[in-house]
Design a protein around this ligand. Structure first.
Ligand SMILES: [Zn+2]
Length: 120
């Protein structure tokens, strides 16, 4: 497998109200065992905020916060899909739900299991 190149992807929630765009070379995907990710069964990629653009649907996003109230978990108020969140340990970055990306194939990208459950 060669070096992956940086590509631009668009993504959306299920009903299409929330649309966004990211750039990434997808060095890895992550899952997380924290209380919310476990329930979402999310497969994520981390992108810096400079590589994230919300194209539409700001008014459709509902913010959910818990525990330390640092991470900002967004989901669509209409269809309930989680498209991305602001990370707690890297607040300048977004965790993107890659399964919301258009025409994205996760095959061949290493998946790392991150541990969120034990965080204080
Ligand atoms: Zn939606």
């Amino acid at each position: 497998m060669g070096q992956r190149t940086v590509r631009t992807y668009t993504g959306s929630c299920h009903c299409g109200a929330v649309r966004f765009q990211i750039e990434s070379d997808f060095p890895e995907l992550t899952t997380c065992d924290c209380s919310i990710c476990r329930r979402k069964n999310a497969l994520m990629v981390k992108v810096h905020e400079s590589r994230f653009k919300l194209l539409a649907g700001e008014e459709s996003l509902t913010l959910y916060q818990f525990h330390t109230h640092t991470a900002r978990h967004y989901f669509c108020r209409t269809c309930g899909i989680y498209p991305f969140h602001r990370k707690r340990l890297a607040p300048e970055s977004y965790g993107i739900n890659v399964l919301c990306l258009d025409d994205f194939d996760p095959a061949g990208i290493p998946v790392r299991m991150t541990v969120g459950a034990g965080l204080p």
